[in-house]
Design a protein around this ligand. Structure first.
Ligand code: ADE
Ligand code: ZN
Length: 323
């Protein structure tokens, strides 16, 4: 339905983008059993904690540079076929090292996959290193130091994912200072599993230009006004939000309310095969729910590109593809 609309996504966890089919292939390669989290052609989980277990189980089956190159390439070529021209992927050195791969080999493998997808389809991609909140402050700081050491030119941002209800944002502020001082773009998951206070804490302590999700800011109208005024961009993942039961129906999802309040909203898939989402599906979902025309949908892509953690010449080229 929205096939002709050029798309960009800012929020996708690369380990969470591995299809059950690809994970099964990896499991065969390593002689592993995936029956605890994949049944048939589907991931199985029933709440966020179980989702994280499935996510970690899949990630544990990517163990070499080649494995990660295959994952990035497969994912990016898939979204290029949905008319995506740009993507940022969250990359998690903690998941690589847990699987026995060094952080630098992990990044090199992903970069190979990104290069292969670019030469096959033209899609442009950048990496955002994330720390995993529930692994604790030390771990997130180590991820920030790694990102700040600028191990690869395609790493342009730093963020934090994981269990939002773990710890207080203020405890992680130093990690974001380290990344910001190194010139990286800053985003943070907030307002997904926790409410408006979590988003406010993120704004106060981390000063991000973007927030991952942020949709539960809708619980506080002053906060919505602040987000609009400060022009903080929300990486909204409607399919993910519905799968995690944040809202009962799409009609109750706050995407359109936020948009009408002047908040800069964008669309992303988060962890596509876990949530039955994809960048194409997200554009379809909001178009079906609120009847947006092609120009409005392209506007979301423009907002994404304007907020992208990418160099200015590349941004100009990408924006030029929208006109
Ligand atoms: N890691 C992967 N997906 C996530 C999500 N939706 N929220 C927080 N952390 C995540
Ligand atoms: Zn996410």
């Amino acid at each position: 339905m929205t096939m002709d609309v050029k798309k960009a996504e800012l929020h996708c966890h690369i380990e969470g983008a591995a299809s059950p089919e690809l994970v099964r292939t990896q499991a065969q390669k390593y002689g592993a059993d995936v029956s605890g989290f994949i049944q048939g052609d589907r991931y199985v989980w029933s709440d966020f904690t179980e989702f994280l277990t499935a996510y970690d189980g899949a990630a544990a089956l990517f163990r070499t540079e080649e494995d990660y190159a295959l994952l990035a390439r497969t994912y990016l070529e898939g979204i290029a076929a949905q008319n995506a021209i740009y993507a940022e992927i969250f990359v998690s050195p903690d998941h690589a090292t847990a699987a026995g791969l060094s952080a630098s080999a992990y990044i090199d493998g992903l970069a190979d996959g990104i290069a292969a997808a670019k030469s096959a389809t033209g899609i442009e991609c950048r990496m955002i290193v994330v720390g995993v909140r529930h692994l604790g402050v030390e771990s997130v700081e180590a991820a920030a130091r790694f990102a700040a050491s600028r191990p690869h030119p395609l790493i342009t941002g730093f963020g934090m994912a994981g269990e939002e209800r773990f710890g207080r944002v203020a405890e992680f502020a130093r990690s974001f200072d380290i990344a910001r001082d190194a010139g990286l773009g800053i985003t943070i998951h907030a307002g997904e599993l926790a409410g408006a206070d979590s988003v406010r804490d993120a704004l106060d302590h981390v000063r991000p230009s973007r927030i991952g999700h942020g949709v539960r800011a809708i619980e506080d109208e002053n906060l919505v006004r602040r987000i609009a005024e400060e022009e903080v961009v929300l990486e909204v993942c409607p399919g993910s939000n519905m799968a995690l039961k944040l809202f009962k129906t799409m009609a109750e999802h706050p995407f359109d309310q936020l948009r009408r309040a002047g908040v800069k909203v964008t669309l992303s898939s988060d962890d596509p095969p876990h949530f039955g989402s994809s960048i194409g599906h997200e554009y379809d979902l909001v178009a079906q729910t609120w009847g947006y025309d092609a120009a409005t949908l392209t506007g979301f892509t423009r907002t994404s590109l304007e907020a992208a953690f990418v160099d200015e010449p590349t941004r100009a080229i990408l924006l030029g593809q929208l006109s």
